[in-house]
Design a protein around this ligand. Structure first.
Ligand SMILES: NC(=O)c1ccc[n+]([C@@H]2O[C@H](COP(=O)([O-])OP(=O)(O)OC[C@H]3O[C@@H](n4cnc5c(N)ncnc54)[C@H](O)[C@@H]3O)[C@@H](O)[C@H]2O)c1
Length: 272
């Protein structure tokens, strides 16, 4: 079902690796809602992933960019403007990677070279995307920039490791740039805090099944799927969210504000 919510809008979507990626679903949904999109991912991911399949289905061009490289990002924004014949309406930053989490280094035994990489790829890259868009004046008035985050920025989930620090920084960048971009030309900058979702990045977290099931049992609505997340992103790109900026928006079926659920209580009652 399409309501053409993004009819006439042009966007750049980072982070579609394969069909399980949240960005993949966002690209499909934005396209179905009438947007013209440009896809991008790190050059290495291009070789491993299936982004060209998605590009074909969404009539999109793919421009490789390492989101930690200012040169790559500048080239990306310039090319996207050429392709779309003008400035951009929306950007999705859907990027996360921690070498420490990948190599199962615990939070009390971090490798600091890896730590800097985690922060660069998963958080500073968002600042770089915003800064390049800001300095090249790439965004249309009331444009919308979104990044995806996780509640480990506010509460401790031990196996999420140094990604929690990256997500806290990411959310802070949305507030910082949201101010400056709002003053410059009314561009909105927000983060969406998504439920655990089965993707390449998500499943890399140790004990992901338990994470997923715990959140699903606690949340009154259950976990939000990648498709639900894509629908929410599209709404945030649309004109219906014109005055929302600098927010961290929980998209988690109520998980963030639930203390305990009856289902969870029952487990402990059964135990005694
Ligand atoms: N899956 C979950 O449970 C979950 C929950 C909340 C938030 N998120 C967030 O959603 C976002 C998307 O992740 P996903 O779950 O769809 O997993 P994913 O693995 O499909 O996507 C992560 C993407 O980051 C890209 N990437 C890594 N390094 C990059 C670089 N240097 N430059 C450009 N791109 C780079 C990867 O190629 C990949 O496409 C991430 O920010 C993640 O933290 C995921």
């Amino acid at each position: 079902m399409s309501n053409q919510l993004l009819k006439g809008k042009k966007g750049i979507i980072f982070g579609a690796l394969d069909e399980s990626s949240i960005a993949w679903k966002v690209a499909e949904t934005a396209f179905a809602e009438g947007a013209a999109i440009t896809l991008t991912n790190a050059p290495v991911a291009m070789r491993m992933g299936k982004i060209n399949e998605l590009a074909k289905a969404c009539h999109a061009e793919v421009i490789p960019a390492d989101a930690t490289s200012i040169d790559d990002l500048t080239n990306l924004f310039n090319k996207a403007r050429e392709i779309h014949g003008g400035k951009i309406d929306f950007v999705l930053h859907s990027i996360g990677m921690s070498p420490n989490v990948r190599k199962k280094k615990s939070y009390t035994d971090l490798n600091y070279e890896f730590y800097l990489k985690t922060l660069d790829i998963s958080a500073a890259s968002f600042h770089k995307v915003c800064q390049v868009a800001y300095q090249t004046d790439a965004m249309l008035d009331y444009g919308s920039i979104l990044a995806l985050t996780y509640i480990a920025a506010q509460r401790t989930f031990p196996s999420y490791g140094d990604m929690a620090d990256a997500k806290a920084t990411l959310e802070s960048i949305a507030r910082g740039f949201g101010y400056h971009f709002g003053v410059k030309n009314k561009v909105r900058v927000n983060t969406i805090s998504q439920s655990p979702t089965y993707t390449t990045a998500g499943s890399g977290v140790e004990g992901f099944d338990a994470f997923f099931n715990y959140a699903n049992e606690l949340s009154p609505l259950g976990n939000a799927s990648a498709q639900d997340c894509a629908n929410y992103c599209v709404m945030m790109f649309s004109d219906y969210a014109r005055m929302i900026t600098m927010q961290n928006l929980f998209h988690d079926g109520g998980f963030s504000f639930t203390g305990v659920s009856d289902k969870m209580m029952q487990r402990f009652l059964d135990h005694n």
